[in-house]
Design a protein around this ligand. Structure first.
Ligand code: NAD
Ligand code: LMR
Length: 326
């Protein structure tokens, strides 16, 4: 009998946590190992988290081997093989971008150090908390003993949103749409690219016109997070949890042979993205590793969109460097 997969979730008493924990506990990550949840929260939220744990107990999930909670990252991350970093400081009224980067910098430097000291040797770290790409950069910079290819930031939600829009437009079910790509930052500058996408095996560009791609598809996907905040009064939570699971499952257990996923990873310089930036690429995964899909043709339109999002990532990286966080 194998030991349970130890999965850490931070911000576990938050909105995303409330959806994510129950899906993980019911086996949605895949594989045949049971899971042990290690849940991190800030001290004032521990009481609420105790309530969530009571509810987890009450589900009597056969797949759940145990739950531990705490406010000390080093204790919670002890021996974890998968760390889902969801908790982050949201922007509050009057907060400048620099203040947000600084507040999150404090969280992700501490968590990077704790992962470095306490996580299992095979740990994989996936950041959902915003600004996700730059938070992943800070975490990696503060965990020098963990290989760079173990850090990622979530752009799978954007990827799923892009598939959903294309499915709606073409009337083809989402599961018949493959090779979607999100490039760059998980922000409004992201570039959802369907120029390599297949819809039921046919190039997407044979089914949709340029006007729809530029005026509808790209802005709808890139601004979807804001549209949900406007409608719900809160940011996306169930869909963010679902994408967090999709991305982690692909990373641990692989993408289908004829498909890829979008994942923000530490750039090796592919497609002209400066080395070291955490940027979204098309990646294939297998055996717990990923590799960037190479040799895709990038036309001038795509090039300018990728460059704009990467420029924003570079600005964020420069800002956190000047704050001494990386
Ligand atoms: P939330 O405010 O409901 O929950 C966040 C939780 O994090 C809170 O319970 C808070 O106490 C906790 N937290 C704060 N600092 C912490 C720390 N140092 N250690 C542990 N926990 C800490 O927010 P939410 O709706 O669950 O969203 C979480 C994050 O995910 C936000 O940053 C949000 O912007 C981001 N998000 C990302 C995506 C994506 O696709 N990448 C999508 C949706 C939301
Ligand atoms: C989303 O894409 O739904 C979120 O990242 C939006 C946000 O700002 O929390």
């Amino acid at each position: 009998m194998s030991t349970p997969l130890k999965v850490a979730v931070t911000g576990a008493a938050g909105q995303i946590g409330y959806s994510l924990l129950f899906r993980i506990a019911s086996g949605a990550l895949g594989g045949d190992r049971e899971v042990e949840l290690r849940l991190l929260e800030v001290t004032p939220a521990l009481k609420a988290l105790e309530g969530v744990v009571m509810e987890l107990d009450d589900c009597a999930f056969p797949h759940l081997a145990g739950v531990e909670i705490g406010d000390d990252p080093k204790e919670v991350f002890d021996g974890v093989e998968l760390a889902l970093l969801v908790g982050a400081r949201p922007r509050s009224a009057g907060m400048e971008r620099k203040d947000l980067l600084e507040a999150n910098g404090a969280i992700f430097t501490a968590q990077g150090r704790a992962l470095n000291d306490a996580a299992a040797d095979n740990v994989r770290i996936q950041v959902t908390g915003n600004p996700a790409n730059t938070n992943a950069l800070i975490t990696a910079a503060n965990a020098p003993d963990i290989p760079r290819d173990r850090f990622s930031a979530l752009t799978r939600l954007d990827h799923n949103r892009a598939i959903a829009q294309l499915s709606r437009k073409t009337g083809v079910p989402a599961h018949d749409i493959t090779r979607m790509t999100i490039w760059g930052n998980h922000s409004a500058t992201q570039y959802p690219d369907l120029f390599h996408t297949l819809v039921d095996g046919r190039p997407a560009t044979e089914l949709v016109d340029r006007e729809w791609i530029e005026s509808d598809f790209i802005p709808t996907v890139a601004k979807r997070g804001t549209a949900i905040i406007e409608a719900r009064g809160l940011s996306s939570a169930a869909s963010a949890a679902s994408a967090t699971i999709d991305a982690a499952r692909s990373w641990l257990f692989g993408t289908p042979a004829d498909d890829w996923q979008s994942m923000a990873v530490v750039s090796d310089g592919s497609y002209g993205v400066p080395e070291g930036l955490v940027s979204s690429f098309p990646v294939t995964t297998g055996g717990g590793s990923w590799s960037i899909v190479q040799d895709l043709e990038i036309d001038d339109f795509s090039r300018s969109r990728i460059d704009a999002s990467v420029a924003e990532l570079q600005e964020e990286a420069d800002a956190v460097r000047s704050l001494g966080l990386v």
